[in-house]
Design a protein around this ligand. Structure first.
Ligand code: 1GP
Length: 244
């Protein structure tokens, strides 16, 4: 079964937790070690990516090292077509739909399509919507972030992505955001779409994870928290709050 089907099947039973690892943020052995700990704590998939500093070399190395310590799907979360790794199982083939630059809406995707095919990577299409504050990814991607109160804006983008045939919708507050995507926005978007909803950015407590789950997120991504957390029970608590 391919990665998309596996994830969708699992999402019908519970909210999933995805661990996001940036290969540029720590040494390789540390990246693999965090992945191992996240697997032990109950994460459902590993995403590899970052807005800046991802190279073909550090990406390939991270994907290989993570694959050695984990049987879960390893999904590339790309920042562009400059680096794409065949060592991942799948790639989020995403369009930053509220970017003001066509490069991030379709340009990088055009550059990367033939390489993705050649590498045999499974593409999982995704509408990627930046919500305030948006952080580095919002700046690099020249996004016009959705205002935190603009539920209709978020709903309109998400539904347009579904109508365009995208498999998943991702509401992104930006890595390290001081405020995650508001639960009211997650709820409003979830009610209008029928494809799975992924939420990330600034989620680092069991309370925030629980709020996103109760609002209707099908998968919750944590990056900064997992990378910085040295306490396994704290890690487990956040992942547990995603699921129950
Ligand atoms: C960023 O949504 C992810 O793309 C994760 O954000 O690093 O804040 O967990 P954090």
């Amino acid at each position: 079964m391919n990665v998309k089907k596996r994830l969708i099947r699992k999402m019908t039973k519970e909210t999933l937790h995805f661990t996001l690892l940036d290969p540029d943020k720590q040494p390789l052995n540390e990246t693999a070690n965090i992945a191992k700990r996240a697997v032990a704590a109950g994460t459902d998939a590993i995403m590899i990516g970052g807005s800046t500093g991802v190279t073909q070399k550090n990406l390939d190395a991270a994907a290989q090292a993570i694959k050695k310590v984990c049987k879960l799907p390893v999904i590339y979360f790309p920042s562009g077509a400059h680096a794409i790794s065949g060592y991942c199982d799948a790639i989020f083939y995403m369009s930053m739909v509220n970017s003001t630059s066509l490069d991030w809406v379709i340009g990088e995707q055009v550059k990367g399509s033939l390489i993705t095919k050649e590498l045999g990577l499974e593409p999982i299409s995704m509408g990627y919507i930046i919500v305030e504050p948006g952080m580095t990814v919002g700046r690099v991607g020249q996004a016009k972030p959705i205002g935190r109160d603009d539920l209709k804006g978020a709903m309109s983008y998400a539904l347009a992505c579904e109508y365009l045939g995208m498999d998943f919708i991702y509401l992104e507050a930006g890595s390290g955001a001081d405020r995650p995507v508001p639960p009211a926005m997650i709820k409003a978007v979830k009610e209008i779409i029928s494809v799975p909803l992924i939420v990330g950015g600034g989620i680092r407590t069991p309370e925030a994870a629980e709020a996103a789950r109760l609002a209707g997120a099908n998968a919750i991504v944590t990056g900064t928290f997992v990378e910085r957390c040295s306490d396994d029970s704290e890690l487990k608590n956040v992942i547990k709050a995603v699921k129950e």
